[in-house]
Design a protein around this ligand. Structure first.
Ligand code: 5GP
Length: 347
């Protein structure tokens, strides 16, 4: 067994996208909508392949309302009850633009079943921190057997072997990639486990596409340039938490600091705060692999959305990509010797 893999693995900040001759003379010529057919589900989806993370602070109905205007998806957090969904359904829920999230226990399965029995839904997001445990593949296969036509996403993993298992044996349409890159994540510090996200996306995209499946690049996107790098590396979708946090539409009060700056709280889903909110305590055998942070208040979600969409469009004009789908074909990365992005943790 190889004890050390010698080829360097890279994060977003260690590369730049090389510009190329382009015939796309204006950002308005770029179409960011993508139409996708899936490996198992027969649902044909069209939209902008950007997803708000299923975290307490971003996977909410309010964020859904803001993002669906831009044909983007919100992965709703798993703590909404059937009653919450019923109320939201009365106000209108477009099944193209939200995901129902679930863990992999029996209780999670029952909760998922109760929601899907009443609520029109296309997307299921099966989400656990460590996608390497064997129960995940079995759970995915059970969900596929029960709902053959849903678009099933599952993760998180960071290597081709697990992408293959999830697609072939778990019968998953879309594999979610990312262990350790999240802005509120401390897995790398607490466990020493992880994989630089750009390399994880490159490897996993290759495996998934070989089997006609898709991937979501989840975590570590701190600015529009990172989003373009993720698409350029082969992500079919990107998922963002921190970038979509800190707005009027996110839950929580604005806190004014002594110097007048306005902040909002954002926290990881395995942080002490999330554990206390949902389970009343942190089990003693677990170490918190998430943190709580205050991030600057960013005003309306629309500001962030337009900033990201404008940035991605601009990348496309630099590399001659007419659509997000073409970005990976048109991207060549150059490795840079030092950090080139912002260094503020990005949110
Ligand atoms: P971000 O866009 O903020 O960099 O990353 C968002 C992703 O971080 C989420 O979609 C999820 O995969 C991951 N994440 C959220 N909360 C936690 C946590 O408490 N611990 C860890 N390890 N990852 C988290």
């Amino acid at each position: 067994m190889t004890k050390i893999e010698n080829d360097p693995k890279l994060d977003f900040h260690q590369v730049l996208i090389k510009p190329k001759r382009s015939t796309i003379n204006s950002r308005s010529k770029v179409d960011l909508n993508r139409e996708i057919r899936f490996k198992y589900s027969t649902i044909k989806w069209k939209g902008v392949p950007i997803i708000a993370a299923n975290m307490d602070t971003t996977g909410t109905f309010e964020v859904y309302n803001a993002l669906k205007e831009y044909n983007m998806i919100t992965a709703l957090h798993k703590f909404y009850s059937l009653e919450d969904y019923r109320k939201m359904l009365e106000k209108g829920l477009d099944p193209n633009y939200y995901m129902v999230s679930t863990g992999i226990g029996q209780q999670s399965f029952e909760h998922l079943s109760s929601i899907l029995s009443e609520i029109p839904c296309y997307w299921i997001c099966i989400d656990i921190a460590n996608g390497y445990i064997s129960d995940l593949v079995d759970f995915c296969a059970k969900v596929r057997e029960t709902w053959p036509d849903k678009i099933i996403c599952a993760g998180n993993v960071v290597s081709g072997d697990m992408v293959q298992d999830l697609v072939l044996y778990g019968k998953v349409d879309v594999v979610k990639i990312g262990i350790g890159p999240g802005s509120a994540c401390t897995t790398r510090l607490k466990t020493g486990v992880g994989m630089p996200q750009l390399s994880a996306i490159l490897e996993c995209a290759e495996y998934a596409h070989r089997f006609d499946a898709h991937i979501i690049g989840d975590g570590g996107i701190t600015c529009p340039g990172d989003a373009s790098k993720a698409f350029g590396a082969g992500a079919d979708f990107i998922m963002m938490g921190g970038a979509f946090a800190g707005h009027e539409e996110n839950p929580g009060e604005i806190q004014t600091q002594s110097d007048g700056t306005q902040m909002k709280v954002f926290y990881g889903m395995s942080s002490q705060m999330a554990m206390n909110n949902h389970y009343g305590k942190m089990e003693k055998y677990r170490a918190s692999e998430g943190r709580e942070l205050k991030i600057p208040f960013k005003g309306k979600m629309e500001n962030t959305v337009l900033d990201y969409l404008g940035g991605i469009r601009s990348t496309c004009t630099y590399i001659n990509a007419k659509t997000i789908k073409q970005m990976s074909k048109c991207t060549t990365f150059v490795i840079v010797s030092q950090q080139v992005n912002n260094v503020f943790g990005g949110i």
